[in-house]
Design a protein around this ligand. Structure first.
Ligand SMILES: Nc1ncnc2c1ncn2[C@@H]1O[C@H](COP(=O)(O)OP(=O)(O)O)[C@@H](O)[C@H]1O
Ligand SMILES: [Mg+2]
Length: 268
C-alpha cells in the first residue's frame, strides 16, 4: 500500500509551505458530513439524534465511533452510509453528496461502493457461505474476482466452510462470512454497527484483527460503531459522541485512554 509520507508533513522546515494546522495522517477523505442533523418525530415528541455533526473519515484509516447509549452513533453511521436520510446538512461518500441522489442511486452506491457488517450478521439462511459472500456482486450482475475471493476467504479462514449454511457455522464464523461479503467487492468503505456486539471475546478479536489487517495491508477504510473500549482500541482514531454531537476524539487509542475519556463524557 501507500507508504505514507504525510506524517512528517508537520515537521517540514519552516521555509517550506507547511500547513497552519497539522495534516491528518492520511491526506484524503473517504467520507464526510457537514452540519449533519437528524431529527426523529415532530413537535414536543421530536428527538434530535444528531445535532450539526461535521466530521471526516480518512482514507485507509480505521475509525471507531463511541458514546453513551442513545448518543447518535448508529444514526451517524446510517446517515453516512445512505441507510437513513439527513434532516438537514450534507453527507458525502468521496465526492458524492447523498442528498442529491434518488433512492435507486443510493441503493446502487451502497451496493457498488460500500460494505456493511452488522451486529446480527444479516446472512441469508438458505444460502451457503460462498453464496452469501458473492450475493451482492451477483445481484449487481457483476463478475466475482475469483483470485480475490480465494484470497479473502483464505485469509479469513473460511476455505473449508464455503459450502456450509449459516446455521452450520458458529457466530464468529458467521461474522467472518459477513466480513468476507463486505470485503470481496473491494468497497471504498466498510461500515460496521457493533460488528462484535454478538461475539465472544475470541471471535471479537478475530473479526477486529481481520478489519485491522484489511486497513494495514490493502488500505481499506473502516468505520465501526462500538461501545467496547477493547474493540475501539483496534482503531487508528476514536470519535466520541454525546447527545448527538462530536465531543472528543483520540488518536492511536489504548483501552485505558478510551475508558478514561468515556468516564469523563458520562460525567459531563
Ligand atoms: N427510528 C427512530 N425513531 C425515533 N427515535 C429514534 C429512532 N432511531 C433512533 N432514535 C433516537 O435517536 C437517538 C440516537 O439513537 P441511536 O443513533 O440509535 O444511538 P446509539 O446508537 O448511540 O445508541 C436516541 O434518543 C434514540 O432513541
Ligand atoms: Mg446504536
Amino acid at each position: 500500500m501507500t507508504s505514507d509520507s504525510s506524517t512528517s508533513a508537520d515537521h517540514q522546515p519552516s521555509g517550506a509551505q507547511a500547513p497552519q494546522t497539522p495534516l491528518p495522517r492520511r491526506a484524503s477523505v473517504a467520507a464526510h458530513s457537514e452540519k449533519l442533523t437528524k431529527r426523529y418525530g415532530a413537535g414536543d415528541a421530536a428527538v434530535v439524534a444528531l445535532d450539526g455533526v461535521s466530521i471526516a473519515f480518512g482514507k485507509g484509516e480505521f475509525t471507531a465511533i463511541m458514546g453513551p447509549s442513545g448518543s447518535g452513533k448508529s444514526t451517524l453511521m446510517h446517515c453516512m452510509a445512505g441507510l437513513d436520510s439527513a434532516t438537514s446538512g450534507r453527507t458525502y461518500i468521496g465526492d458524492t453528496e447523498l442528498s442529491g441522489l434518488s433512492d435507486s442511486q443510493i441503493t446502487a452506491l451502497r451496493r457498488d461502493r460500500l460494505g456493511f457488517v452488522f451486529q446480527s450478521f444479516n446472512l441469508v439462511p438458505t444460502l451457503t457461505a460462498e453464496e452469501n459472500i458473492t450475493l451482492p456482486i451477483d445481484i449487481a450482475g457483476k463478475k466475482v474476482d475469483r483470485a480475490w475471493f480465494a484470497e479473502v476467504t483464505s485469509r479469513l479462514g473460511l476455505t473449508e466452510r464455503l459450502s456450509h449454511r449459516p446455521s452450520e457455522l458458529s457466530g464468529g464464523q458467521q461474522q467472518r462470512v459477513a466480513c468476507a461479503r463486505a470485503m470481496v467487492s473491494r468497497p471504498e468503505i466498510i461500515f460496521g454497527d457493533e460488528p462484535t456486539g454478538n461475539l465472544d471475546s475470541n471471535s471479537s478479536r478475530e473479526v477486529l484483527t481481520i478489519l485491522r489487517t484489511a486497513v494495514d495491508d490493502i488500505g481499506q477504510t473502516v468505520v465501526i460503531v462500538t461501545h467496547d473500549a477493547t474493540a475501539a482500541s483496534y482503531a487508528d482514531r476514536v470519535v466520541f459522541l454525546a447527545d448527538g454531537r462530536v465531543v472528543d476524539e483520540l488518536r492511536d487509542p489504548t483501552p485505558a485512554a478510551i475508558l478514561a475519556r468515556m468516564a469523563d463524557i458520562e460525567n459531563l
